[in-house]
Ligand binder design. Structure first.
Ligand code: PMP
Length: 450
């Protein structure tokens, strides 16, 4: 990564206990005005952020190992992105692409068509959120195939709209009490190597075997000719940073292709340099029919996309997809600048370097303490799965305690996982080495102390 001039000092500095008095005041105001249904991971309120730090309203400078859930890869106040947003906002903030179109939308589509895997004829359509992208990918697949059934996998997370809730696996907190859910969504077993029981002959189940198991169930329980789409995260995010066994994703994608089923790679969390490639599917040479993209694309301005086969996307009748804000010009300006910065700062390389720095440390720690069952992930998408000592039983209590302890010492980490027992690391890709190291040290101490 070329040298970066950070605006804020890249250091961990605590001036108060966390949360400090101003954060506590804001929490009191929040309780009286904001719905309690919205949760926040950390109880401190942000005032400023840059590179790998978030400065809170009490002047504490925290290490950010979450990037606002994999969003601020180029930093939360990247100057090139900020300038592009400012420039666009001074010209126009909205016309609605469905009313008076503009170049920025077209330019984002061109970039995504070129960046996504495969050199076949592709198109892109822009939306506002990850869930909206996934939902529209399903609409495209259903329309283009004339089929109804949609397949998602155990531990999947695809969003919180009605259709994407149905695709999402975990009940609490995402689905509980919010049904009924849409019909024709089927769930298949995932490849989760750490929790995969051995095959009957005692061998480790391969990715191809795990895919064959899902394929057999789809054939028997749904009927191959009824399936419009398989929706799969190439590395599962909210479900626990589950990296399927090699071969799982390519086998499913190949089978889907052979049967006219649309293979949708949900790269909302894995996409855009996070795993050390532009898209996680590239690691196994998979070319999805449709890719959903959000989070990292516009540094936090609401923007998402469905990108993929022109024959599928253009099969939908004109006016069939869209929305008032989809591809908002300010969000598009942010996306173009974000993509430029990812290229110019060589952030795919940087993500791999973050893995080189962090993974051996985390693995050494895991080998030393009894509660880390597995260290896994790719690039700057790394995770620790916590277990009870000497078992594979999930240990969500220790996980919560470690995350709370890390925060107490100024490091923001996120948890995830079906069993709530995974700490995930998603640092901004522009975090300097020393700050990453300081953040990891706090995390390591929190783990040892637990
Ligand atoms: N798909 C995946 C893989 C995600 O990780 C997320 C968000 N965590 C979504 C979809 C939904 O995105 P959004 O929150 O922008 O609707």
């Amino acid at each position: 990564m070329p040298d970066i001039d950070y605006r804020l000092s890249q250091q961990l500095l605590l001036r108060t206990d966390l949360p400090g008095p101003r954060s506590r005041d804001l929490a009191a105001r929040r309780r009286a005005a904001v719905g309690a249904c919205v949760a926040s991971v950390v109880p401190v309120y942000a005032a400023d952020a840059d590179g790998g730090v978030i400065v809170d309203v009490d002047g504490n400078s925290l290490v950010d190992l979450g990037s606002g859930i994999a969003v601020t890869g180029v930093g939360a106040s990247n100057p090139v992105v900020a300038a592009a947003v400012r420039e666009q906002a001074t010209r126009f903030t909205h016309t609605c692409f469905m009313v008076t179109p503009y170049e920025e939308y077209v330019a984002v589509a061109e970039r995504l068509v070129a960046l996504t895997p495969g050199d076949h004829d592709k198109r892109a359509v822009l939306f506002n959120s990850g869930a909206e992208a996934v939902e529209n990918a399903v609409k495209i697949a259903r329309h283009a195939t004339g089929r109804n059934a949609v397949v998602a996998f155990d531990h999947a997370y695809h969003g919180r709209t009605n259709l994407t809730m149905a695709l999402t696996a975990k009940n609490v907190p995402y689905k509980d009490g919010f049904g009924p859910f849409v019909p024709e969504v089927y769930r298949m077993p995932m490849s989760y190597p750490f929790r995969e029981p051995p095959a009957p002959d005692g061998t480790t189940v391969t990715g191809a075997q795990a895919a064959a198991r899902a394929i057999d169930l789809m054939d028997k329980q749904i009927g191959v000719r009824r399936i419009a789409a398989l929706v799969l995260e190439p590395i599962q995010g909210e479900g626990g940073f589950i990296v399927p066994a090699p071969g799982f994703v390519p086998t499913l994608a190949g089978w889907a292709r052979a049967h006219g089923i649309v293979f949708v790679a949900d790269e909302v969390q894995t996409g855009l340099a996070r795993t050390g490639a532009w898209f996680a599917c590239e690691h196994e040479g998979v070319v999805p029919d449709l890719t959903t993209i959000a989070k990292g694309i516009a540094s936090g301005l609401p923007l998402s996309a469905v990108v993929g086969r022109a024959d599928l996307i253009d099969e939908v009748h004109t006016g069939g997809l869209g929305g008032t804000y989809g591809g908002n010009p300010v969000a598009c300006a942010a996306a173009l600048a974000t993509l430029d910065q990812m290229r110019d700062l060589e952030l795919c390389d940087r993500a791999r370097r973050i893995e080189e720095l962090a993974r051996p440390r985390l693995q050494a720690l895991a080998d030393d303490v009894g509660i880390v069952g597995e260290v896994r992930g790719r690039g700057a998408m790394l995770a620790l799965e916590f277990v009870r000592p000497g078992t594979r039983e999930p240990n969500p209590e220790a996980t919560r305690e470690i995350a709370a302890r890390a925060l107490e010492h100024g490091v923001v980490v996120l948890t995830c996982g079906t069993y709530g027992n995974v700490i995930r690391l998603l640092p901004p890709l522009v975090i300097p080495d020393e700050l990453l190291s300081a953040g990891l040290e706090v995390l390591e101490n929190a783990i040892r102390a637990t």
